[in-house]
Design a protein around this ligand. Structure first.
Ligand SMILES: [Zn+2]
Length: 578
């Protein structure tokens, strides 16, 4: 299989063939037509976008035997010599390897002689910012008193490194990075002409890899052609380029949607075993979440550089994520990518990041949280509590799940998601949460009905239960916080206390009805409590310490102080964003 070297073969030879730089070519064409050619041009812009290509077309346009013309013939000896880089009047100089004073002195010496056989002597100096200070100074003298019929064309990727004394004497053009759409169009044209079969996904992948440079896109296409032959398929291409398959990224967002940590860790393992670069994966993951975010924010896929099939997937995906969460995933992917470069155990960091994404609960704005807790405190008086209806939130009724959520999701996860709703349900002033699922309780009188509620559901709501009790009786909350819900059987919830907690148990049993009502409100299932003594693990890190200094009837301090923030963050397993 022969190597095409498409970049050379498809290099534009006319201004009109140059893609994406019309603002430059039009101005140059006008200058040529009106005979007002500057002494020096400075072309700046990213690599591979056509700076030296346009410089050569300009040189031909000026020196063509049939010119000056905006359409050089590309057939006369002047044109051909320029194309083949052997013109005696057009010099292409690489600034990086000819950066010293001596080279510029030679150049100035050379200027004393008139053009050999063309209208102009033309010096194309690429990467001009690489010249030394002395070389620039020598060049400046020439630019200050430009000899007749000499044209300088400077090209640079770093225009800020070109001294102002030089750039101010040039007519400046800023070249643009090429859009992915444009690159795809051009690649398609090349493939059609070269009889290469290629799918849309591959075209987009190459265009993205090229990062705005047509030349790079063409060399990737060259590689793909020599690797895959006349039929370039996406699955072969991603293998060649080591690019992350988009299916893996959707797999990650599925893991997040279903809170499936095991699946996320399997994904992490697969990425490792398949030999993908984890940083590459994180970069793509950040881009993936950015795509979801853009789709969600704009309600359209117009700004995504993805294939039609992927665009449809993003439209679906956007409906299932919150903007705040997406920002956190992007942030986490970026931070991890940075951290991994410094880590002695990149695999661990990578797995941790994926697990963290899966475990991040839906974000709520802190102000909203505090407002809701305020509402809870304001509205949760014993009197109104007695009249409060039995909660409609019955975790065993898992109906009307939004599409895409796992039906097998454990109850306690569902309930954890709905903490905010549960809080909001105590406060008539706060609108209901987003996933409201109000299902009428079928028979309110049938309180003895044995319903299914698992201990995990209670444990995951335990902090909320204690917090709610605390609004009623601070000391009681402190007592019950010493115990742990350990089992539930036949509607009897067993709370285990240390052997020396007898006093606590007495107080709790004296307030049994209140506690049971609160549990019913939160869990949605009537339960009786039973206190037992036994061994408890020493873990108390997540418990809420009752502050006995707080007067129960004191009005809530609305100031958002640090303590409250900490408490809220702790209560909701949260973290403070930005
Ligand atoms: Zn010509």
């Amino acid at each position: 299989m022969s190597y095409l070297v498409l970049a050379r073969k498809w290099r534009p030879v006319q201004f009109k063939e140059v893609l994406g730089q019309q603002h430059v070519t039009t101005t140059l064409e006008n200058a040529i037509k009106s005979g007002r050619i500057a002494n020096a041009y400075l072309f700046s812009g990213p690599r591979g976008v056509g700076k030296t290509t346009i410089a050569r077309i300009l040189a031909k346009a000026i020196n063509c035997e049939k010119g000056p013309t905006i359409t050089p013939c590309n057939q006369c000896s002047n044109c051909i010599e320029i194309t083949e880089s052997r013109s005696l009047d057009v010099f292409e100089i690489d600034g990086a390897s000819n950066r010293g004073i001596d080279e510029v002195r030679n150049l100035r010496e050379n200027l004393r002689y008139p053009p050999n056989k063309s209208r102009y002597k033309i010096y194309i100096i690429d990467e001009v910012h690489m010249l030394t200070v002395e070389a620039f100074n020598a060049l400046l003298k020439t630019l200050e008193e430009p000899p007749k019929n000499v044209l300088f064309i400077f090209a640079t990727t770093e225009p800020h490194k070109v001294p102002a004394t030089i750039s101010s004497r040039c007519q400046r053009f800023t070249f643009k990075r090429m859009s992915i759409k444009r690159i795809v169009e051009q690649l398609k044209k090349i493939c059609d002409a070269e009889k290469i079969a290629i799918d849309e996904e591959s075209l987009l992948t190459i265009a993205k890899k090229a990062d705005g440079s047509m030349r790079d896109a063409e060399s990737v296409l060259d590689q793909a052609f020599s690797f895959c032959g006349n039929e370039i398929k996406y699955e072969n291409l991603i293998e060649l380029l080591g690019i992350i398959d988009s299916d893996l990224l959707f797999e990650l967002s599925d893991c997040i949607k279903t809170h499936d940590i095991q699946r996320a860790l399997t994904l992490a393992n697969n990425i490792f075993m398949e030999g993908y670069d984890v940083n590459e994966f994180l970069i793509h993951a950040a881009e993936h979440f950015r795509n979801i975010l853009f789709t969600k924010a704009t309600q359209s896929v117009a700004q995504l550089d993805v294939s039609e099939i992927l665009a449809q997937r993003y439209l679906k995906e956007a409906a299932e994520f919150q903007e705040e969460d997406l920002l956190r995933y992007i942030n986490l992917a970026n931070e991890t990518e940075y951290a991994i470069k410094r880590s002695s155990n990149p695999r661990l960091k990578f797995e941790f990041a994926l697990a963290k994404m899966v475990k991040m609960d839906s974000s709520l704005k802190l102000s909203q949280l505090i407002e809701r807790i305020d509402g809870l405190q304001r509205n949760f008086h014993p009197v109104s509590f007695e009249k409060a209806p039995i909660s409609n939130y019955q975790p065993q009724i898992i109906k009307d799940q939004p599409a895409g959520r796992s039906q097998n999701r454990p109850q306690h996860l569902l309930l954890a998601d709905r903490k905010s709703e549960i809080l909001a349900s105590f406060s008539p002033t706060v609108p209901d949460g987003p996933n409201q699922e109000v299902v009428p309780v079928e028979n309110k009188n049938e309180t003895q009905k044995v319903t299914m509620v698992d201990i995990e559901t209670i444990q995951s709501s335990w902090e909320l239960i204690i917090e709610t009790i605390r609004k009623q009786k601070v000391a009681l909350a402190a007592f019950i916080n010493e115990g742990k819900p350990t089992a539930v059987d036949n509607n009897i919830l067993e709370i285990t206390f240390r052997n020396d907690n007898g006093f606590h148990i007495n107080s709790i049993m004296n307030n049994k009805i209140l506690i049971e009502k609160i549990i019913n409100q939160i869990i949605g299932t009537p339960l009786h409590i039973k206190c037992v003594k036994g061994d408890l693990p020493m873990d108390n890190t997540t418990s809420i310490t009752a502050d006995t200094n707080i007067n129960e009837s004191a009005p809530v301090d609305r100031k958002i102080n640090d303590t409250l923030i900490e408490e809220v963050v702790a209560a909701f397993d949260g973290e403070v964003i930005g």
